[in-house]
Design a protein around this ligand. Structure first.
Ligand code: GAR
Length: 190
């Protein structure tokens, strides 16, 4: 039995997809808790509906004290997964869990990464630059935004008629398909 912790800041459609994926696999993976930095994030409603623990924390609990860090240390998860989480991970936590924190980014890193590049901001920039392809990157988390070692990437084509929303949908499709499988591989294929 493996256990994981998820972090999310918004809608949490990736969180829901990951939870359902492992529920369908006889719960070989326990989702110990979903942590969010937004008290009104939709991901908390999803946690309620899915019957899993959702917990809100504020800036103080994350950066000024060891509150979130201690929660993680107590759980001692096999993997910490950032699924649409927008705050920078404190260095202390990165040091506590070497090679155990992963993030999903909605573009083909190293392009369209860095501070401010998240969610629709990424898709808008890709549309503005008339890119012909985009994709997803799953990578380890280090001290710099979107710069950790890449674990997995997948691409999708963009048509000139695609809106920002169309691009976002194409990227979400890739995320739903590949994120749970990549997590499973990391957990079970040593
Ligand atoms: C996802 O597309 C994820 O790749 C992105 O936020 C979205 C969250 O969607 N993450 C980032 O932009 C991180 N820089 P969701 O809340 O519906 O899962």
């Amino acid at each position: 039995m493996k256990n994981i912790v998820l972090f999310a800041s918004g809608s949490g459609s990736n969180v829901e997809n990951i939870v359902r994926y492992f529920q369908d696999k006889n719960n070989s993976v326990i989702i110990s808790v979903v942590l969010t930095n937004k008290s009104d994030a939709k991901v908390l409603d999803r946690c309620n509906n899915l019957n899993i623990n959702g917990l809100y924390f504020n800036r103080n609990a994350f950066y000024a004290t060891d509150c979130v860090r201690d929660i993680l240390k107590n759980i001692n998860p096999d993997l910490i997964i950032l699924a649409g989480f927008l705050w920078k991970m404190p260095e202390k936590i990165i040091k506590d869990f070497p090679s155990k924190i992963i993030n999903i980014h909605p573009a083909l890193l190293p392009k369209y990464g860095g501070k401010g590049m998240y969610g629709n901001n990424v898709h808008k920039a890709i549309k503005a630059n008339n890119e012909q392809e985009t994709g997803i990157t799953i990578h380890y988390v280090n001290e710099n935004y979107d710069e950790g070692a890449i674990i997995f990437q997948a691409k999708t084509q963009i048509n000139s008629s695609d809106s920002v929303e169309d691009i976002a949908n194409k990227v979400h499709e890739l995320e739903f398909e590949h994120f749970p499988k990549t997590i499973e591989k990391l957990l079970f294929e040593v």
